[in-house]
Write a protein that binds this ligand. Structure first.
Ligand code: HEM
Length: 498
């Protein structure tokens, strides 16, 4: 009798659960009916397939790309488990989404890895908070401030070149770790204003911590789709958080203890401003609280570090795979720097159009941020006749846009810097190249990123020659925190005689 009551309770609970899930599903479908009935469904991903896609995200990219072709559309819907996402590769729709105030919020599902109490700064701030925060931080990445960082950029790129030169003649070598180490040093310097001795124990701890942090973000993002994000909070991750937090907090404390100068500010008359100085200024003005300062420092690391080091590695790999293009770039660098390089000045960058073309082309084919996600602030029209209800998540499929044949021609998948010849750029819709996004919520650090990337390419390609046996056709990309290679191909390095 007792058992049968127990069974009845279980059955009743199961039925109630089933009914409540079905009801919620029904409500969700009803809520989005206007969208899902008007836009073609380009891909359906059941819950089981979500698990499968997490293991092989390339297939998901393929499915989305094929979906656009099969449905002959450039804007459609993806059903992932019980949620519809609007997805587009139409530059005109992308322009609308990135420039309209109705889409200023970020799509929560795409940025799960930022939604914790460490990284929920500018990248994911809701529109209301985002505006004053971006204003407070933007002087850090303004043109004059970035230019003032030139000596640091030069030193960093030169240091990387020297480290790579030491691998010359040793056969194919894995260089990504070296690029990451140099990238971390630069971030620590410009964001936090600190330099840590490379050989020190502290340096090793911090490098380990930031790598663990990156791994955690990647795992959190993937597992989060299954509601299992908590599994990524491993002891290694907790140690990493403690180490990075201790560092950031000690720098904040140190800066706060410094005397405030006559204008009630701290060190702002220096040539350049680190992020932490600006964040502390915002703290004094009441725009930030202490927690905001910490969060914005971590957010800036997260936004800048993986993207920049990934971009530098991608460019070097693609140049190594295309020796004729690398040679042409070398010729350009040699003509501007005939006697080698001691230091690169801002004006030098303007003399290197082929360098710009190579960098843009590499970031077209392998954009570090493959998808951007926005969420509607109110009910709003996306395209004529399609009203998106408040809260709809819209995905801008940057990786797909960058490879559409109708935009880039039949050779869209080929590495061809000529795609960025001025006459070819002029023929395309300006929103068909979206590596740094566009509109008011674009990449705040795009100048910093573009300059640091060019610095690395100038210093390294002028002095070193890269090659590899790994073929371009064999590249498999996987979205980790940013889009990257499934296995990082090693490069062969030679030192050039002139
Ligand atoms: C090649 C390197 C980089 C790429 C490809 C890149 C790309 C992007 C993209 C696509 C966005 C928009 C994301 C979205 O709308 O969801 C973004 C946002 C952002 N990026 Fe970058 N980024 C790079 C480097 C950097 C660097 C070096 C910094 C800082 C030093 C930085 C700081 C930011 C910030 C703060 C945001 C958020 C802006 C906001 O929401 O107002 N990024 N980045």
């Amino acid at each position: 009798m007792i058992v049968s009551i127990g069974v009845k309770i279980w059955l009743l609970t199961a039925v109630i659960l089933l009914l409540s899930v079905s009801w919620r599903l029904y409500q969700k479908r009803k809520h989005y009916r206007n969208v899902t009935s008007k836009l073609p469904i380009i891909c359906r991903i059941t819950f089981i397939r979500v698990v499968y896609c997490i293991l092989d995200v390339n297939r998901l990219f393929e499915a989305v790309s094929t979906g656009f072709d099969v449905m002959k559309t450039s804007t459609g819907c993806i059903w992932a488990a019980a949620t519809p996402y609007v997805v587009t590769v139409d530059p005109e729709v992308i322009k609308h989404v990135t420039t309209s105030p109705e889409f200023l919020n970020k799509a929560p599902d795409l940025y799960r890895h930022f939604h914790n109490d460490i990284l929920n700064g500018l990248v994911v701030s809701p529109a209301r908070k985002w505006k004053p925060d971006r204003k407070a931080i933007s002087p850090f990445l303004a043109n004059n401030n970035v230019i003032a960082f030139f000596p640091a950029f030069n030193e960093n790129a030169n240091n990387l070149k020297n480290k790579l030169a030491r691998l010359a003649g040793k056969g194919e070598q894995h260089i990504f770790t070296i690029i990451k180490e140099c990238g971390l040093q630069l971030s620590l310097l410009t964001i936090m204003g600190i330099k840590i001795d490379e050989g020190s124990k502290k340096y090793q701890e911090i490098t380990r911590a930031f790598n663990a942090f990156g791994d955690h973000m990647a795992m959190d993002l993937l597992l989060g789709w299954l509601g299992l994000g908590f599994l990524s909070r491993t002891p290694r991750y907790k140690r990493a958080i403690k180490c990075s937090r201790d560092l950031v907090r000690s720098v904040i404390k140190e800066n706060l203890a410094k005397p405030v100068d006559s204008e009630g500010q701290n060190n702002f008359e220096k040539n350049n401003k680190t992020l932490i100085e600006l964040a502390l200024k915002a703290l004094r003005q009441g725009v930030f609280n202490e927690k905001d300062v910490e969060v914005e420092c971590f957010t800036m690391f997260a936004a800048s570090y993986e993207t920049s080091v990934g971009a530098a590695y991608t460019c070097l790999v693609l140049l190594a795979m295309h020796p004729e293009i690398q040679e042409r770039l070398f010729q350009e660098l040699q003509s501007v720097f005939p006697d080698g390089i001691t230091s690169v000045e801002y004006d030098d960058l303007k003399k290197l159009p082929y360098l710009d073309m190579c960098a843009s082309e590499a970031l077209r084919l392998i954009p570090p941020v493959a998808y951007i996600g926005r969420q509607t602030v109110h009910d709003t029209e996306l395209i004529q006749g399609v009203i998106l209800p408040r809260g709809t998540q819209v995905l801008l499929a940057i990786y797909e846009v960058h490879r559409r044949k109708e935009i880039w021609g039949p050779d869209a998948n080929r590495f061809n810097p000529d795609n960025f010849l001025p006459e070819n750029v002029a023929k395309r819709h300006p929103y068909s190249y979206m590596t740094f996004s566009k509109g008011p919520r674009n990449c705040l650090g795009f100048r910093y990123a573009e300059i640091t990337l060019r610095m690395i390419l100038i210093h390294t390609v002028r002095r070193l020659k890269f090659s590899m046996t790994f073929k371009y056709e064999d590249i498999v990309l996987v979205p980790k925190v940013t889009l990257g290679f499934k296995t990082d191909p090693p490069l062969n390095i030679e030192v050039r005689s002139n």
